[in-house]
Design a protein around this ligand. Structure first.
Ligand SMILES: Nc1ncnc2c1ncn2[C@@H]1O[C@H](COP(=O)(O)OP(=O)(O)OP(=O)(O)O)[C@@H](O)[C@H]1O
Length: 703
């Protein structure tokens, strides 16, 4: 009997079990669908109770239906044969038969933990672990691990070389996939760690930190759905490219209620995708920004009048610059700028009333004065010009004009020049987003326009103000500060967070548990100590539980050997991983004249595209990105479905079957974190890696 026949027979046997599970899944979907219909019908009953009941019923049934639909593809993926003869099937969700007997165990349930935790050294009652490879509802392959050969029955069949290896050699496409069938023991421990304080997941490149963290989010939702679904789970990653790379993992695990944001999109209403140059980025990320922003938020608006004169009956009432400044300070001492807005008219009116001496005015009394002045356009216009309500984006736009005067030595001349240059753009960069968020908190929100406060001049909106409001509308935060917080915050590539970014996330995770994923050797933030202090403040003393992943599942050993040498230059004590796969393909290096660079890159990319099935990236220093985009336009458009051109920072967290690295010396020279960026770039390739440079200082340095 050939091995193929044995596999075929096993597949058929498994298929009949899988069919039974699908029949039940379909039956449950039918029930959920009919509940949706029934719920809708209750809405026609005509009383309010009927409507509430309908909403709850339709909501629950629809949620169940979408979970069932999401789980459909590859529903059953694992089976354990236990020492006691029992068989346990593991799947994306739990399914029971008509008698409530378990047919399929949800991968997150305690009973499924053995599937991930049993090893040949510690089989824990498992004889054989089987992974079923499925296409939709069809079993197409089997991969077995025999964990306890001594106790296996004689007729037990063992097929395949193990599911992990099979899954690692697959071609990469543009999305990350769930690894639910092949989660490894050390990964499973991090996934199932309780949601207390901050769980940190460290380890070298390709060890599965991202994919593990995403499975952890799904696990947390499963274990405490009420808390995490209503409180919200926020997943933050470095770039929008990265977010679209990972966005399918959670829905494929049936979880759609998680908020995924890149660092440029954490604040509602803002979508930044541009990085600043390293000098401006480092200055904007530094906690030295905090005081400058506080001063900027308190500074008078540009063009604000510095005095006010008002004729009332027989008096000329005046507020000069000094008096106005005193009132400003008093108002700001009591509340945030926008919150104080409602108190401005009465503060001014009080100061003016104190000057009233004329008999006619005194006779009419203070109330009469208040009524006259607060309905007088001259006063209303003055209030609006002197203390306009401001949006954070407006203060952000003033920063280049304020920095000379308000930096108070916090930034050097080179930093100030770089900041001003970066702020010449109307569009905030990724590094501006935490600054704008900081301003949201320092300035405070405007009192609700629904506060029918007589003092509130908002109702008297001038034409200029309306025009200005339109200009900021595009960048207005669509959410109130109170709604910023989440029940769980998951930060990926956390080694790159600047102090200002930690502050931004800290504000969202005050009452949250956290999962923090990172690898210091891949950091592009130049001042680790400052970031560590900001991280401590963001976590506010929450207890930390550390997990470390040790196996690199991404790179071939040949590629990782090279990258590890770069890591040794990049940081004193890199956390290196162990690469498990050898391909026999060593990285290729070309050193060429400048005139031949683009052609060599094109040829290298084409060669790799011909040899791998999946995605390929050309990675370049930032300065070469746009020129190369023009020079390589032909090949980029011919292979638009699987070839990308990126700069080093944008490759964070991604992976490709093949990578062409352009001018490694340019990447190392780009910033003080350049060697670490080169380490990141070299660890993106699963199979083939080529470098093309006009110089090769980097390779002499690691030789
Ligand atoms: N248990 C597993 N089974 C199958 N594939 C896995 C497993 N763990 C990780 N991988 C794969 O290894 C690759 C690297 O995973 P991931 O991107 O999560 O690593 P990382 O540690 O976040 O890497 P980096 O630090 O470089 O961003 C992915 O393709 C992932 O699917």
């Amino acid at each position: 009997m050939s091995g193929d026949n044995a596999e075929q027979r096993e597949i058929e046997a498994e298929q009949s079990y899988v069919d039974t599970v699908y029949e039940r899944l379909d039956a449950s979907a039918k029930v959920a669908r009919s509940l949706v219909v029934e719920g809708m019908a209750r809405g026609h009953v005509g009383n309010e109770g009927g409507l509430v009941e309908r909403d709850a019923m339709v909501y629950q049934a629809s949620k169940r239906l979408s979970a069932l639909n999401a789980a459909h593809d590859g529903l059953v993926f694992g089976r354990l044969n236990m020492l006691n003869g029992e068989s346990r099937y593991i799947g994306r969700i739990g399914v029971r038969d008509a008698d409530r007997e378990i047919l399929l165990i949800d991968w997150r349930a305690p009973a499924a933990a053995l599937f991930y935790q049993a090893t040949a050294q510690e089989p824990a009652g498992v004889i054989r672990r089987r992974v079923l490879r499925c296409s939709n509802d069809q079993v197409i392959g089997i991969e077995d691990d025999l964990l306890d050969g001594d106790n296996a029955p004689d007729d037990m069949v063992v097929i395949g070389e193990g599911a992990l290896l099979a899954s690692l050699t697959r071609a990469r496409d543009s999305s990350m996939h769930s690894v639910v069938a092949t989660i490894q023991k050390e990964q499973d421990e991090a996934i199932r760690a309780p949601a207390r304080g901050a769980t940190t997941i460290g380890g070298g490149p390709g060890t599965g930190k991202t994919v593990v963290a995403l499975h952890r989010a799904a696990y947390l939702l499963y274990t405490d759905r009420r808390r995490f679904e209503s409180g919200g789970v926020l997943v933050v990653g470095p770039s929008s490219v990265f977010m679209s790379y990972i966005e399918r993992v959670l829905p494929s695990l049936g979880e759609t209620s998680v908020t995924l944001r890149s660092l440029g999109e954490v604040v509602d209403g803002l979508r930044a995708a541009r990085h600043d140059d390293p000098v401006a980025a480092a200055a904007k990320g530094s906690s030295r920004m905090v005081k400058f922003l506080a001063r900027a938020a308190a500074a008078p608006s540009p063009g604000a009048p510095s005095s006010f004169r008002y004729f009332y009956k027989d008096d000329v009432l005046r507020l000069d610059a000094q008096q106005l400044e005193r009132i400003r300070r008093q108002l700001l001492a009591g509340s945030k700028r926008n919150r104080a807005y409602a108190k401005v008219p009465s503060a001014l009116v009080d100061a003016l009333w104190r000057q009233v001496r004329g008999e006619r005015a005194l006779e009419k009394g203070q109330e009469g004065f208040v009524e006259t002045i607060t309905t007088d356009d001259r006063f209303v216009d003055f209030v609006e010009q002197w203390w306009p309500p401001v949006e954070p984006i407006e203060v952000w736009r003033m920063l280049p004009d304020l920095i000379d005067q308000l930096a108070q030595g916090a930034f050097n001349a080179k930093e100030i020049a770089a900041l001003k240059e970066s702020w010449a753009s109307e569009e905030p960069s990724i590094q501006d987003v935490p600054l704008i968020d900081e301003l949201r908190y320092v300035i405070g929100e405007l009192p609700d326009s629904g506060d029918d406060d007589d003092d509130n001049p908002k109702q008297l909106m001038s034409f200029e103000r309306r025009e200005r409001e339109e200009r900021v509308d595009r960048f207005r935060s669509t959410q109130s500060i109170e709604d910023d917080s989440f029940a769980h915050v998951l930060v990926d590539e956390a080694q790159d967070l600047s102090p200002m970014q930690w502050r931004m996330l800290g504000r969202r995770g005050r009452h949250a548990s956290w999962t923090i994923v990172g690898d210091q050797a891949q950091s592009s933030w130049p001042y680790p100590q400052e970031a560590a202090a900001a991280r401590r403040s963001a976590l506010e003393g929450k207890p930390e539980h550390a997990f470390r992943l040790s196996t690199n599942y991404r790179n071939s050993a040949e590629i990782y050997d090279l990258a590890a040498k770069v890591a040794a230059v990049a940081v004193p004590d890199p956390d290196l991983a162990e690469a498990v796969r050898r391909t026999g393909e060593s990285p290729q290096h070309h050193t060429v004249a400048e005139s031949e660079l683009a052609d060599t890159v094109r040829r290298s990319a084409e060669e790799i595209l011909g040899r791998v099935e999946g995605t390929v990236a050309i990675v370049t220093p930032r300065a070469r990105l746009e020129p190369l985009r023009a020079e390589l336009a032909d090949v980029l458009s011919r292979h638009a479905d699987r070839l990308r051109l990126l700069d080093g920072l944008d490759t964070k967290g991604l992976e490709f079957d093949g990578v062409v690295v352009v001018e490694p010396d340019g990447i190392t020279d780009e910033s003080s974190a350049g060697w670490r960026t080169l380490y990141v770039v070299l660890t993106r390739a699963t199979q083939l890696l080529t470098t093309v440079g006009t110089t090769d200082r980097w390779s002499s340095r690691i030789a």
